[in-house]
Design a protein around this ligand. Structure first.
Ligand SMILES: Nc1ncnc2c1ncn2[C@@H]1O[C@H](COP(=O)(O)OP(=O)(O)O)[C@@H](O)[C@H]1O
Ligand SMILES: O=C(CO)[C@@H](O)[C@H](O)COP(=O)(O)O
Length: 466
Protein backbone atom coordinates (compact mmCIF):
# COMPACT_ATOMS: atom_id res chain seq x y z
CA UNK A 1 0.00 0.00 0.00
CA UNK A 2 1.35 3.43 -0.96
CA UNK A 3 1.90 5.21 2.33
CA UNK A 4 2.74 8.71 3.49
CA UNK A 5 3.98 9.73 6.93
CA UNK A 6 2.94 12.81 8.90
CA UNK A 7 4.73 14.16 11.97
CA UNK A 8 3.40 16.62 14.55
CA UNK A 9 6.24 17.75 16.83
CA UNK A 10 4.24 19.96 19.17
CA UNK A 11 4.90 21.52 22.54
CA UNK A 12 4.10 18.54 24.71
CA UNK A 13 4.75 15.57 22.45
CA UNK A 14 5.78 14.17 19.07
CA UNK A 15 3.12 12.26 17.15
CA UNK A 16 3.85 10.17 14.01
CA UNK A 17 1.21 8.60 11.76
CA UNK A 18 1.38 6.44 8.65
CA UNK A 19 -1.48 7.08 6.21
CA UNK A 20 -2.86 5.21 3.18
CA UNK A 21 -2.23 7.77 0.42
CA UNK A 22 -5.28 6.69 -1.56
CA UNK A 23 -7.84 7.06 1.25
CA UNK A 24 -6.30 9.17 4.02
CA UNK A 25 -6.90 6.33 6.47
CA UNK A 26 -4.46 6.30 9.40
CA UNK A 27 -2.76 2.90 9.40
CA UNK A 28 -0.43 3.24 12.39
CA UNK A 29 0.61 5.84 14.94
CA UNK A 30 3.17 6.49 17.61
CA UNK A 31 3.93 9.23 20.11
CA UNK A 32 6.59 10.29 22.57
CA UNK A 33 6.53 13.07 25.21
CA UNK A 34 8.50 16.32 25.22
CA UNK A 35 9.68 18.08 28.39
CA UNK A 36 7.16 20.45 29.97
CA UNK A 37 9.50 23.46 29.67
CA UNK A 38 9.51 26.70 27.66
CA UNK A 39 13.18 26.21 26.70
CA UNK A 40 14.20 22.82 25.31
CA UNK A 41 17.35 21.23 23.83
CA UNK A 42 16.24 20.61 20.21
CA UNK A 43 18.05 17.26 20.20
CA UNK A 44 15.31 16.00 22.52
CA UNK A 45 12.82 16.47 19.68
CA UNK A 46 14.93 14.21 17.44
CA UNK A 47 14.97 11.50 20.12
CA UNK A 48 11.21 11.83 20.58
CA UNK A 49 10.71 11.62 16.80
CA UNK A 50 12.86 8.49 16.69
CA UNK A 51 10.82 6.93 19.48
CA UNK A 52 7.44 7.83 17.97
CA UNK A 53 8.68 6.73 14.52
CA UNK A 54 9.58 3.33 15.95
CA UNK A 55 6.24 3.11 17.81
CA UNK A 56 4.44 3.67 14.49
CA UNK A 57 6.56 0.98 12.80
CA UNK A 58 7.56 3.33 9.97
CA UNK A 59 10.93 1.73 9.25
CA UNK A 60 9.21 -1.62 8.63
CA UNK A 61 7.15 -0.05 5.84
CA UNK A 62 10.24 0.36 3.65
CA UNK A 63 9.54 1.47 0.08
CA UNK A 64 5.77 1.66 0.72
CA UNK A 65 6.52 5.08 2.22
CA UNK A 66 6.75 7.56 -0.64
CA UNK A 67 6.60 10.82 1.30
CA UNK A 68 7.16 12.28 4.77
CA UNK A 69 6.41 15.75 6.11
CA UNK A 70 6.91 17.42 9.48
CA UNK A 71 4.62 19.96 11.09
CA UNK A 72 5.75 21.38 14.40
CA UNK A 73 5.21 24.00 17.07
CA UNK A 74 5.90 27.41 15.57
CA UNK A 75 8.43 30.13 16.45
CA UNK A 76 10.97 28.13 18.49
CA UNK A 77 14.44 29.71 18.30
CA UNK A 78 16.81 26.91 17.25
CA UNK A 79 20.21 28.63 17.25
CA UNK A 80 23.07 26.47 15.92
CA UNK A 81 26.86 26.88 15.73
CA UNK A 82 29.02 26.09 12.73
CA UNK A 83 28.83 22.40 13.59
CA UNK A 84 25.04 22.57 13.67
CA UNK A 85 25.01 22.01 17.44
CA UNK A 86 22.57 24.07 19.55
CA UNK A 87 24.28 26.99 21.28
CA UNK A 88 21.34 27.49 23.69
CA UNK A 89 18.14 25.68 24.57
CA UNK A 90 15.47 26.56 22.00
CA UNK A 91 13.24 29.26 23.46
CA UNK A 92 9.69 28.16 22.60
CA UNK A 93 6.58 30.07 21.52
CA UNK A 94 5.36 30.15 25.14
CA UNK A 95 8.59 31.46 26.67
CA UNK A 96 7.98 35.08 27.64
CA UNK A 97 11.49 36.20 28.66
CA UNK A 98 11.83 38.21 25.43
CA UNK A 99 8.73 40.31 26.17
CA UNK A 100 10.85 43.42 26.94
CA UNK A 101 12.71 43.00 23.64
CA UNK A 102 9.39 42.61 21.81
CA UNK A 103 8.05 45.79 23.39
CA UNK A 104 11.22 47.72 22.49
CA UNK A 105 11.12 46.46 18.90
CA UNK A 106 7.50 47.55 18.58
CA UNK A 107 8.32 50.94 20.11
CA UNK A 108 11.26 51.41 17.73
CA UNK A 109 9.48 50.74 14.42
CA UNK A 110 5.80 51.14 15.25
CA UNK A 111 3.00 48.65 14.56
CA UNK A 112 2.17 49.85 11.04
CA UNK A 113 5.80 49.39 9.94
CA UNK A 114 5.90 45.88 11.39
CA UNK A 115 2.65 44.89 9.70
CA UNK A 116 3.82 46.37 6.40
CA UNK A 117 7.10 44.45 6.69
CA UNK A 118 6.08 41.03 8.03
CA UNK A 119 2.34 41.24 8.82
CA UNK A 120 2.88 40.58 12.52
CA UNK A 121 3.46 42.86 15.50
CA UNK A 122 6.32 41.65 17.76
CA UNK A 123 5.35 39.64 20.84
CA UNK A 124 7.54 37.35 22.96
CA UNK A 125 6.42 34.28 20.99
CA UNK A 126 8.11 35.36 17.78
CA UNK A 127 11.60 34.11 16.93
CA UNK A 128 13.17 37.51 16.22
CA UNK A 129 12.37 38.75 19.76
CA UNK A 130 14.15 35.67 21.14
CA UNK A 131 17.21 36.38 19.02
CA UNK A 132 17.14 39.97 20.29
CA UNK A 133 17.05 38.60 23.84
CA UNK A 134 20.02 36.30 23.10
CA UNK A 135 22.03 39.19 21.66
CA UNK A 136 21.25 41.38 24.66
CA UNK A 137 21.62 38.85 27.47
CA UNK A 138 24.01 36.18 26.08
CA UNK A 139 26.22 38.15 23.69
CA UNK A 140 29.02 35.57 23.58
CA UNK A 141 26.52 32.81 22.80
CA UNK A 142 24.91 35.03 20.17
CA UNK A 143 28.33 35.52 18.56
CA UNK A 144 28.64 31.74 18.13
CA UNK A 145 25.34 31.46 16.20
CA UNK A 146 25.99 30.36 12.61
CA UNK A 147 22.44 29.41 11.67
CA UNK A 148 18.89 29.92 12.97
CA UNK A 149 16.10 27.48 12.12
CA UNK A 150 12.67 26.54 13.48
CA UNK A 151 11.66 23.29 15.24
CA UNK A 152 10.27 21.70 12.06
CA UNK A 153 13.34 22.74 10.06
CA UNK A 154 15.59 21.10 12.64
CA UNK A 155 13.68 17.83 12.23
CA UNK A 156 13.82 18.21 8.43
CA UNK A 157 17.59 18.24 8.83
CA UNK A 158 17.53 15.15 11.07
CA UNK A 159 15.49 13.30 8.43
CA UNK A 160 17.38 14.40 5.30
CA UNK A 161 20.65 16.11 6.25
CA UNK A 162 19.27 19.34 4.72
CA UNK A 163 17.93 22.48 6.39
CA UNK A 164 14.77 23.79 4.75
CA UNK A 165 11.51 25.39 5.85
CA UNK A 166 8.19 26.54 4.40
CA UNK A 167 6.42 29.92 4.25
CA UNK A 168 3.82 29.08 6.92
CA UNK A 169 6.46 28.48 9.61
CA UNK A 170 8.80 31.18 8.31
CA UNK A 171 5.93 33.69 8.66
CA UNK A 172 6.01 33.14 12.45
CA UNK A 173 9.60 34.40 12.83
CA UNK A 174 8.89 38.17 12.39
CA UNK A 175 11.70 38.28 9.80
CA UNK A 176 9.81 36.79 6.85
CA UNK A 177 7.19 38.51 4.70
CA UNK A 178 4.21 36.26 3.82
CA UNK A 179 3.26 38.63 1.01
CA UNK A 180 6.62 38.93 -0.79
CA UNK A 181 7.64 35.45 0.44
CA UNK A 182 11.12 36.71 1.24
CA UNK A 183 13.22 36.99 4.37
CA UNK A 184 13.47 40.50 5.80
CA UNK A 185 17.15 40.22 6.66
CA UNK A 186 17.21 43.96 7.43
CA UNK A 187 15.20 43.18 10.57
CA UNK A 188 17.70 40.51 11.62
CA UNK A 189 20.53 42.97 10.98
CA UNK A 190 18.78 45.58 13.11
CA UNK A 191 17.62 43.47 16.04
CA UNK A 192 20.12 40.59 16.13
CA UNK A 193 23.09 42.54 14.81
CA UNK A 194 23.80 40.36 11.78
CA UNK A 195 22.20 37.80 9.46
CA UNK A 196 22.91 34.13 10.30
CA UNK A 197 22.36 31.30 7.82
CA UNK A 198 18.63 30.83 7.24
CA UNK A 199 16.91 27.75 5.79
CA UNK A 200 15.69 27.91 2.19
CA UNK A 201 11.92 28.18 1.83
CA UNK A 202 10.46 25.24 -0.09
CA UNK A 203 7.19 25.79 -1.97
CA UNK A 204 4.04 24.15 -0.57
CA UNK A 205 4.04 21.20 -3.00
CA UNK A 206 7.79 20.82 -3.14
CA UNK A 207 10.22 18.65 -1.27
CA UNK A 208 13.42 19.67 0.45
CA UNK A 209 15.28 16.38 0.51
CA UNK A 210 15.15 12.60 0.65
CA UNK A 211 14.82 10.44 3.75
CA UNK A 212 18.18 9.22 5.06
CA UNK A 213 18.46 5.44 5.13
CA UNK A 214 18.82 5.34 8.91
CA UNK A 215 15.11 6.28 9.06
CA UNK A 216 13.91 4.04 6.25
CA UNK A 217 15.38 2.39 3.20
CA UNK A 218 12.63 3.53 0.89
CA UNK A 219 14.07 6.83 -0.41
CA UNK A 220 10.92 8.77 0.42
CA UNK A 221 10.82 12.49 -0.37
CA UNK A 222 10.44 14.89 2.56
CA UNK A 223 7.99 17.74 2.05
CA UNK A 224 8.52 21.37 2.99
CA UNK A 225 6.75 20.87 6.32
CA UNK A 226 4.67 23.51 8.08
CA UNK A 227 3.85 25.31 11.29
CA UNK A 228 1.49 23.14 13.32
CA UNK A 229 -1.58 25.31 12.83
CA UNK A 230 -1.10 25.49 9.08
CA UNK A 231 -0.70 21.71 9.22
CA UNK A 232 -4.02 21.39 11.03
CA UNK A 233 -5.78 23.58 8.45
CA UNK A 234 -4.38 21.30 5.72
CA UNK A 235 -5.37 18.19 7.63
CA UNK A 236 -8.94 19.41 8.06
CA UNK A 237 -9.26 20.76 4.53
CA UNK A 238 -10.62 24.04 5.90
CA UNK A 239 -13.07 25.80 3.56
CA UNK A 240 -14.22 29.48 3.55
CA UNK A 241 -16.45 30.22 6.55
CA UNK A 242 -14.90 27.48 8.65
CA UNK A 243 -12.68 28.57 11.55
CA UNK A 244 -10.51 26.12 13.46
CA UNK A 245 -10.41 26.38 17.25
CA UNK A 246 -7.65 24.22 18.68
CA UNK A 247 -7.62 23.52 22.43
CA UNK A 248 -4.13 22.14 22.76
CA UNK A 249 -1.13 23.27 24.76
CA UNK A 250 -1.76 26.55 22.97
CA UNK A 251 -5.22 27.76 22.23
CA UNK A 252 -5.48 28.88 18.64
CA UNK A 253 -8.19 30.34 16.41
CA UNK A 254 -7.40 30.43 12.70
CA UNK A 255 -8.56 29.82 9.16
CA UNK A 256 -7.19 29.72 5.62
CA UNK A 257 -8.01 32.72 3.40
CA UNK A 258 -6.92 34.02 0.01
CA UNK A 259 -6.09 37.58 1.08
CA UNK A 260 -4.00 38.39 4.19
CA UNK A 261 -5.60 40.06 7.22
CA UNK A 262 -3.84 43.13 8.56
CA UNK A 263 -3.95 43.96 12.27
CA UNK A 264 -1.59 46.67 13.64
CA UNK A 265 -3.15 46.11 17.07
CA UNK A 266 -1.28 42.80 17.09
CA UNK A 267 -4.31 40.62 17.87
CA UNK A 268 -4.41 38.77 14.55
CA UNK A 269 -1.08 37.36 13.40
CA UNK A 270 -0.95 37.50 9.61
CA UNK A 271 0.74 34.18 9.00
CA UNK A 272 0.97 32.20 5.76
CA UNK A 273 -0.82 28.89 5.37
CA UNK A 274 0.59 25.65 3.90
CA UNK A 275 -1.16 25.90 0.53
CA UNK A 276 0.17 29.26 -0.73
CA UNK A 277 -2.59 31.37 0.89
CA UNK A 278 -2.82 33.06 4.30
CA UNK A 279 -3.59 31.93 7.86
CA UNK A 280 -4.91 34.75 10.09
CA UNK A 281 -4.42 33.41 13.61
CA UNK A 282 -4.78 34.34 17.27
CA UNK A 283 -2.91 32.23 19.84
CA UNK A 284 -3.24 31.87 23.58
CA UNK A 285 -0.57 30.51 25.94
CA UNK A 286 -3.26 29.19 28.29
CA UNK A 287 -5.61 26.54 26.95
CA UNK A 288 -6.00 22.81 27.65
CA UNK A 289 -3.58 22.97 30.55
CA UNK A 290 -5.97 25.27 32.44
CA UNK A 291 -8.15 22.18 32.87
CA UNK A 292 -5.25 19.94 33.96
CA UNK A 293 -4.04 22.60 36.41
CA UNK A 294 -7.55 22.98 37.86
CA UNK A 295 -7.92 19.20 38.12
CA UNK A 296 -4.63 19.07 40.03
CA UNK A 297 -5.82 21.85 42.34
CA UNK A 298 -9.04 19.94 43.04
CA UNK A 299 -7.13 16.68 43.46
CA UNK A 300 -8.98 14.90 40.66
CA UNK A 301 -8.11 13.57 37.21
CA UNK A 302 -9.33 15.08 33.92
CA UNK A 303 -12.22 12.66 33.68
CA UNK A 304 -13.49 13.59 37.15
CA UNK A 305 -13.00 17.29 36.38
CA UNK A 306 -15.11 16.79 33.27
CA UNK A 307 -17.87 15.11 35.27
CA UNK A 308 -17.81 17.91 37.85
CA UNK A 309 -17.96 20.55 35.12
CA UNK A 310 -20.79 18.77 33.33
CA UNK A 311 -22.89 18.43 36.49
CA UNK A 312 -22.44 22.08 37.57
CA UNK A 313 -24.74 24.96 36.58
CA UNK A 314 -24.24 26.21 33.02
CA UNK A 315 -22.81 29.50 34.33
CA UNK A 316 -20.63 27.96 37.06
CA UNK A 317 -22.82 29.69 39.65
CA UNK A 318 -21.45 33.06 38.56
CA UNK A 319 -17.76 32.20 39.01
CA UNK A 320 -15.46 33.61 36.32
CA UNK A 321 -12.02 32.12 35.73
CA UNK A 322 -9.73 34.53 33.85
CA UNK A 323 -7.20 31.90 32.71
CA UNK A 324 -3.99 33.89 32.18
CA UNK A 325 -2.03 31.48 34.39
CA UNK A 326 1.34 31.47 32.56
CA UNK A 327 1.24 35.05 31.34
CA UNK A 328 -0.77 35.51 28.16
CA UNK A 329 -0.05 36.29 24.53
CA UNK A 330 -3.55 37.20 23.36
CA UNK A 331 -4.25 39.57 25.01
CA UNK A 332 -0.56 40.55 25.23
CA UNK A 333 -0.14 40.31 29.02
CA UNK A 334 3.15 38.39 29.32
CA UNK A 335 3.47 38.99 33.07
CA UNK A 336 -0.15 38.28 34.00
CA UNK A 337 -1.58 35.62 36.32
CA UNK A 338 -4.98 33.97 36.45
CA UNK A 339 -7.96 35.30 38.43
CA UNK A 340 -11.11 33.65 39.84
CA UNK A 341 -13.85 36.27 40.40
CA UNK A 342 -17.41 36.20 41.71
CA UNK A 343 -16.65 33.91 44.64
CA UNK A 344 -19.33 33.53 47.33
CA UNK A 345 -19.87 30.96 50.07
CA UNK A 346 -22.74 29.56 47.99
CA UNK A 347 -20.89 29.11 44.69
CA UNK A 348 -17.35 28.13 45.66
CA UNK A 349 -17.84 24.39 45.00
CA UNK A 350 -15.49 21.97 43.17
CA UNK A 351 -18.12 21.66 40.42
CA UNK A 352 -18.38 25.39 39.84
CA UNK A 353 -14.59 25.80 39.88
CA UNK A 354 -14.26 22.93 37.37
CA UNK A 355 -16.97 24.48 35.20
CA UNK A 356 -15.39 27.94 35.48
CA UNK A 357 -12.05 26.55 34.20
CA UNK A 358 -13.79 25.16 31.11
CA UNK A 359 -15.71 28.41 30.56
CA UNK A 360 -12.53 30.42 31.08
CA UNK A 361 -10.82 28.58 28.21
CA UNK A 362 -13.90 28.97 25.98
CA UNK A 363 -14.28 32.68 26.78
CA UNK A 364 -10.63 33.30 26.02
CA UNK A 365 -11.12 31.57 22.65
CA UNK A 366 -14.40 33.46 22.10
CA UNK A 367 -12.51 36.74 22.60
CA UNK A 368 -10.18 35.65 19.79
CA UNK A 369 -13.05 34.60 17.51
CA UNK A 370 -14.60 38.04 17.94
CA UNK A 371 -11.34 39.75 16.95
CA UNK A 372 -11.10 37.53 13.87
CA UNK A 373 -14.67 38.51 12.89
CA UNK A 374 -13.80 42.20 13.40
CA UNK A 375 -11.08 41.70 10.77
CA UNK A 376 -13.57 40.55 8.19
CA UNK A 377 -13.14 36.81 8.57
CA UNK A 378 -16.38 34.90 8.02
CA UNK A 379 -17.21 32.59 10.94
CA UNK A 380 -20.07 30.34 9.83
CA UNK A 381 -18.98 27.44 12.00
CA UNK A 382 -16.13 26.30 14.21
CA UNK A 383 -14.12 23.09 13.83
CA UNK A 384 -13.08 22.16 17.38
CA UNK A 385 -9.84 20.14 17.68
CA UNK A 386 -6.90 19.62 20.05
CA UNK A 387 -6.53 17.41 23.10
CA UNK A 388 -8.77 19.65 25.18
CA UNK A 389 -11.64 19.08 22.75
CA UNK A 390 -11.94 15.57 24.20
CA UNK A 391 -13.54 17.20 27.26
CA UNK A 392 -17.29 16.62 27.01
CA UNK A 393 -18.15 19.64 29.13
CA UNK A 394 -16.01 21.82 26.89
CA UNK A 395 -17.52 20.39 23.69
CA UNK A 396 -21.07 20.81 24.94
CA UNK A 397 -20.58 24.43 26.06
CA UNK A 398 -18.52 25.68 23.11
CA UNK A 399 -21.33 26.49 20.66
CA UNK A 400 -23.30 28.49 23.27
CA UNK A 401 -20.25 30.47 24.40
CA UNK A 402 -19.01 31.08 20.82
CA UNK A 403 -22.53 31.81 19.54
CA UNK A 404 -21.92 29.76 16.37
CA UNK A 405 -22.36 26.09 15.42
CA UNK A 406 -19.47 23.83 16.44
CA UNK A 407 -18.43 20.64 14.67
CA UNK A 408 -16.03 18.18 16.29
CA UNK A 409 -14.15 16.13 13.69
CA UNK A 410 -13.56 12.46 14.44
CA UNK A 411 -10.77 11.97 17.00
CA UNK A 412 -7.46 12.35 15.21
CA UNK A 413 -4.13 14.10 14.97
CA UNK A 414 -5.05 16.75 12.39
CA UNK A 415 -1.67 18.47 12.46
CA UNK A 416 0.06 15.19 11.58
CA UNK A 417 -2.68 14.40 9.04
CA UNK A 418 -2.03 17.73 7.35
CA UNK A 419 1.65 16.88 7.22
CA UNK A 420 0.82 13.50 5.67
CA UNK A 421 -1.41 15.23 3.07
CA UNK A 422 1.48 17.57 2.24
CA UNK A 423 3.80 14.57 1.95
CA UNK A 424 1.44 13.06 -0.62
CA UNK A 425 1.50 16.37 -2.53
CA UNK A 426 5.30 16.38 -2.50
CA UNK A 427 5.52 12.75 -3.60
CA UNK A 428 2.88 12.77 -6.34
CA UNK A 429 2.40 16.40 -7.37
CA UNK A 430 -1.28 16.12 -6.41
CA UNK A 431 -2.82 17.34 -3.13
CA UNK A 432 -5.16 14.43 -2.29
CA UNK A 433 -8.73 15.01 -1.15
CA UNK A 434 -9.37 12.87 1.93
CA UNK A 435 -12.82 12.54 3.49
CA UNK A 436 -13.32 14.45 6.75
CA UNK A 437 -15.61 12.77 9.30
CA UNK A 438 -17.55 14.88 11.79
CA UNK A 439 -18.08 13.05 15.09
CA UNK A 440 -20.44 15.52 16.81
CA UNK A 441 -22.19 18.80 16.00
CA UNK A 442 -23.52 21.37 18.45
CA UNK A 443 -25.74 24.44 18.03
CA UNK A 444 -25.84 27.43 20.43
CA UNK A 445 -28.63 26.78 22.94
CA UNK A 446 -30.52 29.34 25.05
CA UNK A 447 -29.13 32.68 26.23
CA UNK A 448 -26.84 31.44 29.02
CA UNK A 449 -23.80 31.52 26.75
CA UNK A 450 -24.32 35.17 25.82
CA UNK A 451 -24.90 36.03 29.49
CA UNK A 452 -21.69 34.25 30.53
CA UNK A 453 -19.81 36.08 27.73
CA UNK A 454 -21.07 39.45 28.94
CA UNK A 455 -20.12 38.76 32.55
CA UNK A 456 -16.69 37.37 31.54
CA UNK A 457 -15.86 40.46 29.44
CA UNK A 458 -16.94 42.67 32.33
CA UNK A 459 -14.70 40.72 34.75
CA UNK A 460 -11.77 40.79 32.32
CA UNK A 461 -12.06 44.56 31.89
CA UNK A 462 -12.37 45.08 35.65
CA UNK A 463 -9.28 42.99 36.46
CA UNK A 464 -6.96 43.59 33.47
CA UNK A 465 -8.33 46.84 32.08
CA UNK A 466 -8.77 45.39 28.57
N1 LIG B 1 -10.13 14.53 28.02
C1 LIG B 1 -9.39 15.64 28.16
N2 LIG B 1 -9.88 16.70 28.85
C2 LIG B 1 -9.16 17.84 28.98
N3 LIG B 1 -7.92 18.01 28.45
C3 LIG B 1 -7.39 16.98 27.77
C4 LIG B 1 -8.08 15.75 27.58
N4 LIG B 1 -7.27 14.92 26.85
C5 LIG B 1 -6.13 15.60 26.62
N5 LIG B 1 -6.20 16.83 27.17
C6 LIG B 1 -5.16 17.87 27.15
O1 LIG B 1 -4.78 18.15 25.82
C7 LIG B 1 -3.45 18.67 25.82
C8 LIG B 1 -2.71 18.07 24.67
O2 LIG B 1 -3.41 18.46 23.50
P1 LIG B 1 -2.65 18.40 22.08
O3 LIG B 1 -3.53 19.05 21.09
O4 LIG B 1 -2.18 17.00 21.85
O5 LIG B 1 -1.38 19.27 22.48
P2 LIG B 1 -0.35 20.04 21.56
O6 LIG B 1 -0.89 21.43 21.53
O7 LIG B 1 0.94 19.94 22.32
O8 LIG B 1 -0.34 19.37 20.24
C9 LIG B 1 -2.82 18.31 27.15
O9 LIG B 1 -2.62 19.49 27.91
C10 LIG B 1 -3.86 17.40 27.81
O10 LIG B 1 -3.90 17.59 29.20
O1 LIG C 1 2.54 29.86 18.94
C1 LIG C 1 1.69 29.19 18.38
C2 LIG C 1 1.04 29.71 17.16
O2 LIG C 1 1.47 31.04 16.84
C3 LIG C 1 1.33 27.84 18.93
O3 LIG C 1 0.19 27.32 18.29
C4 LIG C 1 2.48 26.90 18.77
O4 LIG C 1 2.59 26.61 17.38
C5 LIG C 1 2.34 25.68 19.66
O5 LIG C 1 1.39 24.83 19.21
P1 LIG C 1 0.87 23.55 20.06
O6 LIG C 1 2.04 22.85 20.66
O7 LIG C 1 -0.09 24.07 21.07
O8 LIG C 1 0.19 22.71 19.02
Amino acid sequence: MTTVVGVDSSTQSCKVISVDLATGRVESSGSAPHPDETAVDPRIWVSALDSAWGDAGISDLGADVVGVSVAAQQHGMVALNADNAPVHDALLWNDVRSAPEAAAMLEELGAETWVDAVNVVPVASFTLTKLAWLAAHRPKVADSVARVVLPHDYLNHALTGEFFTDRSDASGTAYFSPTSNTYRTDLLERFFGRVPELPRVVEPSGHGGTLLTNWSAGGAVVGAGAGDNAGAALGLGVTPGEVVVSVGTSGTVFTSVVEPSRDPSGGVAGFADATGQHLPLLAMINSARVMSATAAMLGVDLSALDQLATAADDDAGGLHFLPYLDGERTPNLPDSHGTLTGLSRANMTPGNIARASVLGILNSLADALEVLKLHGVRVDRVLLIGGGSKSRSLRQAAASVFGVPVEVPAAGEYVALGAARQAAWAATGELPTWKRTIEESFEPSGDWGADVRGQYVQARKAVYGI
